[in-house]
Design a protein. Structure first.
Length: 156
């Protein structure tokens, strides 16, 4: 008898998934499209929150990177980057955009997970993590299909 992927279901609480897990690879390598396809097939797709202001500029035509460059232009040639800080407003908006757009596009019985890349933050790691988690959760909860896809919203 030939076995197939669907014969090896993963259980996540009461939710059963096809054992397809894709993503968590970082800066727009684990794209929303890749994660959405895994979820459509009944598996788990990871999106990364690494460098979301940059990803947001590319995907949603925001201007976060340009604004940051103008703000810290004086420090470009300095090897000490301790003066450079994340703009929590930009971080909040880019996280909300990326997560909400991904969750709104979700189809299928699978799930979307979010990989928080905390080691990539500079200065204020507690503040940046708080903003990123808050916005990711808020965006997932307000997206049209949150109940089928957000790991944080499930209480199983």
């Amino acid at each position: 008898m030939t076995q197939k992927v669907d014969d090896f279901r993963l259980k996540f609480g009461k939710h059963e998934l096809v054992p397809i897990i894709i993503g968590g690879m970082g800066v727009d390598i684990s794209t929303a499209e890749l994660a959405l396809e895994a979820a459509r097939l009944g598996g788990v797709g990871h999106i990364s929150d690494a460098m979301l202001p940059t990803v947001s500029d590319r995907r949603y035509d925001t201007g976060f990177v340009k604004e940051k460059l103008l703000q810290y232009k004086y420090n470009i040639d300095n090897s000490d980057k301790s003066a450079v800080k994340f703009d929590l407003g930009h971080l909040s908006e880019s996280t909300r955009l990326h997560v909400s757009k991904t969750m709104e596009a979700k189809r299928g019985s699978g799930m979307i997970f979010i990989n928080c890349m905390e080691k990539l933050t500079m200065n204020s790691p507690r503040d940046t993590l708080r903003v990123r988690l808050h916005e990711a959760l808020s965006a997932a909860l307000t997206a049209s299909r949150w109940q089928q896809g957000c790991i944080w919203a499930r209480s199983d």
